[in-house]
Design a protein around this ligand. Structure first.
Ligand SMILES: NC(=O)c1ccc[n+]([C@@H]2O[C@H](COP(=O)([O-])OP(=O)(O)OC[C@H]3O[C@@H](n4cnc5c(N)ncnc54)[C@H](OP(=O)(O)O)[C@@H]3O)[C@@H](O)[C@H]2O)c1
Length: 438
């Protein structure tokens, strides 16, 4: 029978480590259902105890302060490095690989600095080394570059890969704050470290760019060959002038291939304000990849934080476990082949609740809005705003109504009644509104 149980050891139980343990322990059944893999979190190393984390039910004896106890444990097959830095983490990963263990890491600094050494040892030992969370956190850009775009020549990459800088530039642009005020806010929200140099001077983005470039173009770019400028010299004035000219300023990590030459650079960049990248706000990340076959593609999401980063780490653990076990279950679409879920049913459109945009063409006479308002009110549909447009032909006007969240069933009934009103001249146009928080 195919092996499906894999033991995992964590090095580091800080922000990301906590998220990873939360998913491995609390979503263990879901992972099993989705992949057929049973992942067991056997040991966690942390520098100092106590280490209680609410909502995570760890097995007794799981925690240790001895990181070697994790990398030397003969029962552990995957070691997940979430310590950070390039000294202890490097030594522990090398030791774990010498012990025949596969590695998952989120450590961009280590991959950018020691990638060649680590991958060479991984290859020699026949183990895998996965690092999805090391660039753009929760966005699965590394797997995409490695696998989904394998048939493309990557022509260029434009990435907003540092959430701190993007948050600061957004605050400066949207709320008129100056750089230091916006930086303080980023620190208050936990986006920026007490010493933010690494982020605001562009080093973090440059490290991530070296990783993306290595995958896209198969060259190892030393950090000192990445032209790197941060955002510290950007002022309100620059943002205002850029805006007047139809541009937004973003810190972009760019790689462009031109023949046999490649640009690898990080710097503040004016981009057209109607572009999708220009509208990536706050601490969000986005990476635009242009391939010769696929053309332009855009990946957007959270580049940091406990759970988004943990999501990427767990994806790597699953990939690694699949290659260890030879498990192909994840490739089987459960819905069609094995066991479709029976605890979820498809709801009727009548059961949804949403906001609505209604456009009506009505007679231009007193009392029309009251008639429509009464119909909506009787069906418990509350109006958020109304716009009356100038008469578009003789004696008729267009009314545009936005509603608050309402039941579709009620809206359907109201729609019939509205369409039957004598004052309504054309069939009502109804468009549903989806509100996003991002
Ligand atoms: N935070 C994010 O949003 C994010 C996003 C993408 C990638 N990453 C990367 O993920 C990694 C972890 O980041 P993080 O934010 O989770 O860091 P963190 O909150 O500072 O946690 C680091 C953990 O490592 C432990 N540790 C440090 N040295 C150790 C040692 N020698 N032996 C055992 N444990 C040790 C610390 O233990 P103590 O608490 O006892 O000191 C702590 O539990 C870094 O490489 C980072 O670049 C983070």
């Amino acid at each position: 029978m195919e092996k499906s149980e894999i033991n995992v050891g964590l090095l580091g139980w800080g922000t990301v480590g906590t998220g990873v343990s939360r998913i491995l322990v609390n979503q263990n059944h879901r992972i099993y259902q989705n992949t057929g893999l049973s992942l067991k979190l056997l040991r966690i190393a942390k520098r100092t105890l106590p280490a209680y984390r609410s909502g995570i039910d760890l097995a007794g004896g799981c925690l240790t302060t001895d990181a070697n106890a994790v990398v030397d444990d003969p029962d552990i097959e995957i070691v997940v490095e979430l310590i950070g830095g390039t000294t202890n983490s490097r030594e522990l990963i090398l030791r774990a690989m010498q012990n025949g263990k596969s590695i998952v890491t989120a450590n961009k600094a280590l991959i950018a600095k020691c990638g060649a050494e680590l991958f060479q040892l991984a290859q020699k030992q026949g183990v895998s080394l996965n690092f999805e969370a090391s660039a753009a956190g929760g966005i699965p850009i590394i797997k995409t570059l490695r696998e989904s775009f394998a048939g493309n020549q990557i022509e260029s990459i434009y990435g907003i890969v540092n959430g701190t800088c993007n948050y600061i530039l957004t605050e400066m642009q949207k709320n008129g704050r100056d750089f230091s005020e916006a930086l303080e806010m980023a620190q208050g929200k936990g986006y920026a470290e007490e010493d933010p140099t690494f982020d605001i001077e562009g080093t973090d983005a440059a490290q991530k760019l070296t990783i993306l470039t290595a995958l896209a173009h198969h060259i190892s770019v030393p950090l000192n060959r990445v032209h790197t400028e941060g955002i510290t010299k950007i002022t309100q004035k620059d943002l205002q002038y850029a805006q007047e000219l139809g541009y937004t300023i973003k810190l972009l990590a760019i790689t462009k291939l031109k023949g046999t030459q490649i640009d690898v650079r990080v710097h503040p960049t004016l981009i057209p304000d109607h572009s999708m990248l220009a509208n990536v706000s706050d601490a969000f990340n986005a990476v635009c990849v242009i391939g010769d076959a696929v053309g332009p593609t855009l990946f957007y999401g959270q580049g940091a934080g406990e759970m988004p980063t943990a999501s990427a780490v767990v994806a790597d653990i699953i990939d690694t476990a699949r290659s260890i076990t030879g498990n192909s279950h994840v490739l089987v679409p459960r819905a069609w082949i094995s066991k479709p879920r029976s605890d979820i049913s498809i709801s009727s459109i009548n059961d949804i609740e949403t906001r609505y945009y209604l456009r009506l063409v009505v007679q231009d006479c007193p009392g029309v809005l009251a008639q429509i308002g009464t119909i909506l009110g009787n069906r418990n549909i509350s109006i958020a705003s109304v716009i009356q447009k100038e008469p578009h032909c003789k004696n008729t006007v267009s009314l545009v109504i936005l509603t608050h969240r309402s039941s579709e069933a009620n809206m359907r009934l109201a729609r019939v009644e509205i369409d039957n009103l004598e004052v309504v001249q054309e069939e009502l146009i109804l468009i549903r509104i989806e509100e996003f928080d991002f």
